[in-house]
Design a protein. Structure first.
Length: 164
């Protein structure tokens, strides 16, 4: 389990770096495009590029954000419960999330393969879309395995509470 955790951390860090670079590129592209529009020289395809970069930013941030509990959660009533029921609720919700993202990841890989075979490209730049979809699929796979890791951590917490 420790080896899996280390591998996930490395992939998560790599995705974090990719996301940070994409966010910076998105910001710089937008600034340069706005300045270019002022001088009647906009960047061709900037809207497509910003869309691709935004997809990369969101996908790359998912595993790290989930692991750090940086997502939005409604826990008003759950926080009032003792530790054991809180952990059981966490396991239940994480399991539902896992099922959902297994399906999403699987379908995303199938979609990437499908558009790769058909040769679908973006409208203006004619950039092959499947590159972005494969990156999204990989990030979702890392996210899905991160959910599994978090479920195992919750189970370990339950065992420690039961030993007391």
């Amino acid at each position: 389990m420790h080896v899996l955790s280390q591998a996930l951390n490395k992939f998560s860090d790599l995705l974090k770096l990719i996301g940070a670079v994409a966010l910076t590129a998105m910001m710089m592209l937008t600034v340069v495009d706005v300045i270019g529009r002022f001088f009647k020289m906009p960047i061709f395809g900037s809207v497509e590029l910003v869309g691709f970069l935004a997809t990369i930013v969101v996908a790359a941030a998912l595993p790290y954000t989930y692991k750090m509990d940086g997502h939005v959660g409604v826990e008003i009533l759950v926080r009032l419960l003792p530790d054991k029921p809180q952990i059981w609720i966490d396991i239940f919700t994480r399991t539902l999330t896992l099922i959902l993202f297994i399906l999403i990841t699987w379908q995303m890989f199938l979609y990437a393969e499908d558009i790769s075979q058909t040769g679908e490209v973006s409208m203006n730049l004619e950039f092959p879309i499947y590159y972005i979809v494969y990156l999204l699929s990989f990030a979702l796979l890392v996210f899905t395995v991160t959910i599994v890791e978090m479920i195992f951590q919750d189970i370990q917490k339950l065992r420690k509470l039961s030993e007391k």
